[in-house]
Ligand binder design. Structure first.
Ligand SMILES: NC(=O)c1ccc[n+]([C@@H]2O[C@H](COP(=O)([O-])OP(=O)(O)OC[C@H]3O[C@@H](n4cnc5c(N)ncnc54)[C@H](O)[C@@H]3O)[C@@H](O)[C@H]2O)c1
Ligand SMILES: O=C(O)[C@H](O)[C@H](O)COP(=O)(O)O
Length: 373
């Protein structure tokens, strides 16, 4: 069995070597000719899987994407050919939530904001929006959720309309990119509703670039609008709208979900899905492969407070590192290379936090850090 896999998929060799012959490919360079003899095709979001790519392939049995988003996959086409498919829902939701949290901590310090006095509007209350809301709960930060689809399905959480959420101090977008259905998200934020945002608001896009009209946003910023932007995803990646960068507070190369755990969980989920498809009992798990974090144990010797918490968050992940790399190296490296060479980043769960008075605070644990046993 020939298993083609994106070279940017951590631990692919470890997980799939026992299942067939492994052939790596560069995500944007896969052609119909190369893909012609694949039995299994494992991609990430930069490979468009559709009739054009699979025109020469007659034997494909399984397609997997080690990502949450599936907007690069023609699901109808795979279905029409009876090709099994699996995505990796939730694999990097924690990673994105930690990206947003790091951005909030950095902006709070930059502008002397009291985070506990702000309300965060979360658009899209699925895996990522929910992980973010849990972390905000841990910190006592208010939030509103907007997700008309979940609301219609009877999800019991309290929901707000998009209109209401766009009044929040922080707006964080976590929807899939869709162009059809009752609530398409393409240009969900457009010239009209962007213009209604105020100078004091923060807009975070870590879902898909096309959810916000980037040209309209640039025009607004060029008129001197004070809206603060945290921008991880861009319309038309990898050819991003470069003039927008100077108008952002934090700009990154679509890496919000790029914690080692987030990417590797995607690989593990595809391994499990492929084993199921092949009716093989899985015998590997991610814990076997994840290395210990470079800083894996922290002892806090004084009363746990907001200052310590902010230091802790930034110690594990300071989003300014990725913002700096993006601004300095986008031109020389290119968007895709920045992503390919992304430095290791770990999730809070890779770090054990010991408090001298262990009972003094539950916050680190609720935020996702480990407690010592
Ligand atoms: N920047 C990154 O690295 C990164 C990482 C992971 C995911 N993403 C993107 O974020 C998206 C969301 O991830 P997720 O894990 O939460 O997905 P998910 O499918 O678990 O949740 C998405 C939620 O959005 C809701 N939704 C759909 N259209 C909506 C609309 N118009 N208005 C409000 N809500 C709407 C859905 O009902 C669903 O509950 C993914 O589809 C992916 O494109 C980006
Ligand atoms: O949809 C997702 O899971 C994320 O956007 C993911 O981080 C995309 O990463 P890529 O497949 O482009 O490496």
């Amino acid at each position: 069995m020939k298993i083609y896999y994106d070279e940017n998929m951590p631990f692919a060799r470890e997980f799939f070597a026992g299942l067939g012959e492994l052939i790596p490919f560069a995500g944007r360079e896969l052609t119909p000719q190369i893909a012609a003899d694949a039995d299994v095709l494992l991609v990430r979001s930069i490979t468009r899987v559709n009739a054009a790519l699979l025109s020469d392939n007659k034997g494909l049995q399984f397609v997997g994407t080690a990502t949450i988003g599936v907007d690069h996959i023609d699901l109808g086409y795979l279905n029409s050919r009876n090709i099994a498919f699996s995505a990796a829902p939730g694999c990097n939701a924690v990673s994105v939530a930690e990206y947003v949290l790091s951005a909030l901590v950095v902006l709070a310090e930059r502008y002397l904001l009291d985070l506990s006095a702000l309300t965060v509007g979360i658009v899209g209350a699925g895996n990522t929006g929910t992980r973010l809301s849990e972390k905000l709960d841990a910190l006592g930060i208010n939030y509103c959720l907007c997700d008309p689809l979940l609301e219609q399905q009877g999800d019991e959480r309290e929901f707000s309309s998009l209109e209401q959420v766009l009044n929040c101090d922080v707006i964080s977008l976590h929807v899939p990119l869709t162009t059809t259905g009752e609530y398409p998200s393409h240009h969900l934020l457009n010239r009209d509703n962007l213009a209604r945002l105020t100078d004091r608001q923060i807009l975070i896009n870590a879902c898909r670039g096309e959810v916000v009209d980037n040209q309209a946003l640039l025009a607004l910023k060029q008129q001197g609008h004070g809206l603060k932007l945290v921008w991880d995803v861009w319309e038309n990646e990898p050819d991003v709208l470069q003039p927008l960068i100077e108008h952002t507070e934090i700009a990154t190369a679509h890496i919000a979900g790029y914690s080692l755990e987030g990417k590797a969980r995607g690989t593990e989920m595809l391994y499990l899905a492929l084993c199921k498809q092949l009716k093989i009992k899985p015998n590997l798990s991610l814990e076997q492969f994840l290395p210990q974090a470079a800083i894996s144990y922290v002892e806090i010797k004084q009363h746990f407070d907001e200052i310590i918490l902010n230091q802790l968050v930034k110690m594990v992940y300071d989003v300014r590192r990725d913002d700096g790399i993006f601004r300095q190296q986008l031109t020389s490296q290119g968007f895709d290379m920045l992503r390919k060479n992304y430095p290791v980043r770990r999730e809070f769960s890779a770090v054990t936090v010991a408090l001298e008075e262990q009972a003094s605070s539950d916050v680190p644990h609720q935020l996702g850090f480990n407690f010592p046993r």
